[in-house]
Every structure is written in structure tokens, then in C-alpha cells.
Ligand binder design. Sequence first.
Ligand code: FES
Length: 154
Amino acid sequence: MSLSARTRESIARLVSAYPERRTALLPALKLAQTDAGWLPPEAIAEAADLVGVPHSAALELAEFYTMLHTQPGPARHVVICAQLPCALKGAEALIRDLHTGLRSQIEAGTLDVERTSECFGACHRAPMARVGDTYHENLDAEARRGLIAELAGQ
Ligand code: FES
């Protein structure tokens, strides 16, 4: 598996935009993941080579962040922030509603819903969810219904 020419060019632009090449590693891995759907070892190695860091450094970073996937899985990942501000604003109800409303997608293996202890940095807009690279804020009951309908393709 090789990254697309477009992704390789995007990573090269990223590297030239940062004063320290290795700073481009995280966004480079995100681009590689978008290209491949997940991060197989070859994609991690190729991104590392393009950034100019050891493969081990890229693998370590890929395994650290929950938004990066080193194993193949569902096409869509929904991650719920479960830190205290989001918990106080209904993160558990959000998780419960997503599991209930998206049961068929979860059981079919096309989508997963997980909680994280990672704060998304917008606590004043809690509760929060990240779908791929898109953040959804202020997920009250009405907003949750809209998100579920969107994810269910309705
Ligand atoms: S606690 Fe959820 S975004 Fe900060």
C-alpha cells in the first residue's frame, strides 16, 4: 500500500510549513489515515519517511492518539468526551442515545461509538462528540437527534 500522490504532496507541503520537520508528523499521519482509511504499518512508515523521522517515532505517535487507528475498523468513529465538564452536561446520556439510535450501524460494524478521557478543548460547549475530524458541540437532546439522523443517513 502506498499513499496517493496527492497525500504525498500534501505531506511535503506540511513539512515545509513548519520550522521543525517533526512537528508535521501528527498532521501527516492524519492525512495518511484519511488516504488509507486507517494506518497500516506501510502508511506509517511512508509518512515517517516523508517527514524525516524514524518509523518508531511515527508508530509511537500513531499508537498514542485515539483519533489515529492502527487497526482496521469501522469506516466511521464517533468519540465522546467524558471529562468532567462534558459529564456534567450529559455525556453519558449522549453515549446512551448514540448507542440506541445507531444500534444497527454499530452491530453491522460500519460505525463505532467510544468514550475518551481526552478533553476536546471546548468544555464551554459541552457535551461534545468528534465524528472523524469534525467536532459537534452543545449536543443537547435536540442536537443529539439531529446527529443520530445524520449518522444514520436519514
Ligand atoms: S471536558 Fe469535554 S470538551 Fe473539555
